[in-house]
Design a protein around this ligand. Structure first.
Ligand code: RIB
Ligand code: CA
Length: 312
């Protein structure tokens, strides 16, 4: 089966790093490029983290481009309280020696989409600022992207406010541009990503593989696990793995067709992804999908197999 060409856009924090490492281990995907966006932490740090994570797994062949330093309209809201000031929970990994790319993320993504004749998926793991700017700078890109699989939003609930998820809340205006662009958006929202729990016992098992990627996962999650305790063990949510695993293994998931729009004006509802999944009133334009369920055990087994496969 032909691999899917995928561009990863990331605000490389703790779960982004896990997503990038596992994505590069999914044989169904061909990662053709990456871009960094402001989000969990500032873009200089997310850019450094994407580069250094790819260098850790010897994938400096994947070019990395720097994107937006702030949301397109609203002030920046950081998640360093969760991901630490360096974005990786304080974990330090060697500096990449890959050359720095001159192009900005927007031109680089557009040129890659044109070069591939539209045979390109985007996995957006952070706020959608880069995607919105790319669409504004190059409107015809909508003809050259097959679909955008995002980690973001939620049919129900929120994690930054009771009704907004961080990536959408951080740049709701950019999200609205993307959802209204006409490109199919596959929304991996909290509905499914909060099923993607990695418990302390799983983390300990991965750490015991004795390689650098397992060490990064263990070290970067030491502090964050204080935020979550499910059943009776500490755990983390592998939010950002979802778009990439959905593209590679849609059979693990249940997704529903729907219309999705973003609240950009509300005081208490700012950043809510309003969907018609549970509504009798259906939007006229329903070109999106909301991913709702995952086969958790098969997913975790795949994550462990990929981490185990890294030699050093
Ligand atoms: O709400 C979870 C999302 O916000 C994840 O992408 C995480 O990395 C943060 O960016
Ligand atoms: Ca992220």
């Amino acid at each position: 089966m032909e691999k899917l060409n995928v561009w990863i856009d990331s605000d490389c924090g703790i779960d982004d790093a896990i997503a990038i490492i596992t994505a590069c281990g999914l044989k169904e995907l061909n990662i053709v490029g990456a871009s960094a966006v402001v989000g969990n932490v500032e873009v200089d740090k997310t850019y450094r983290n994407v580069r250094n994570v790819l260098s850790l797994i010897h994938r400096e062949d994947i070019p990395v481009y720097k994107g937006a330093a702030k949301p397109i309209i609203k002030p920046y809201f950081s998640a360093s309280y969760f991901h630490g000031s360096n974005g990786l929970g304080g974990a330090e990994i060697p500096e990449s020696k890959a050359k720095h790319e001159e192009k900005n993320a927007y031109d680089a993504l557009y040129e890659k989409a044109r070069e591939l004749g539209g045979n390109l998926y985007v996995a957006a793991l952070g706020p959608l600022s880069n995607l919105a700017i790319t669409i504004a700078d190059h409107p015809d890109i909508v003809n050259y992207i097959r679909a955008i699989a995002i980690m973001g939003g939620a049919v129900e609930g929120g994690n930054v406010t009771p009704c907004a998820e961080f990536n959408i809340f951080c740049d709701p205006h950019a999200a609205e541009v993307v959802f209204k662009s006409g490109i199919e958006v596959i929304m991996c929202g909290l509905d499914v990503t909060m099923q993607m729990k990695l418990g302390q016992s799983d983390i300990d098992e991965i750490y015991a593989y004795g390689n650098k990627v397992g060490d990064l996962l263990y070290t970067s999650t030491i502090t964050t696990k204080q935020f979550y305790r499910a059943e009776n063990e500490r755990m983390i949510y592998l939010h950002d793995c979802c778009p990439l695993f959905y593209l590679a293994h849609p059979e693990l998931f249940k997704a529903v067709k729907c219309g999705i729009y973003v609240e950009t004006e509300g005081e208490i509802t700012l950043g809510k992804t309003v969907t018609d999944v549970y509504s009798d009133h259906k939007w006229e334009d329903r070109h999106c999908k909301a991913v709702m369920k995952i086969d958790h055990d098969r997913f975790i087994d795949m994550v462990k197999d990929i981490y185990r496969s890294y030699e050093e």
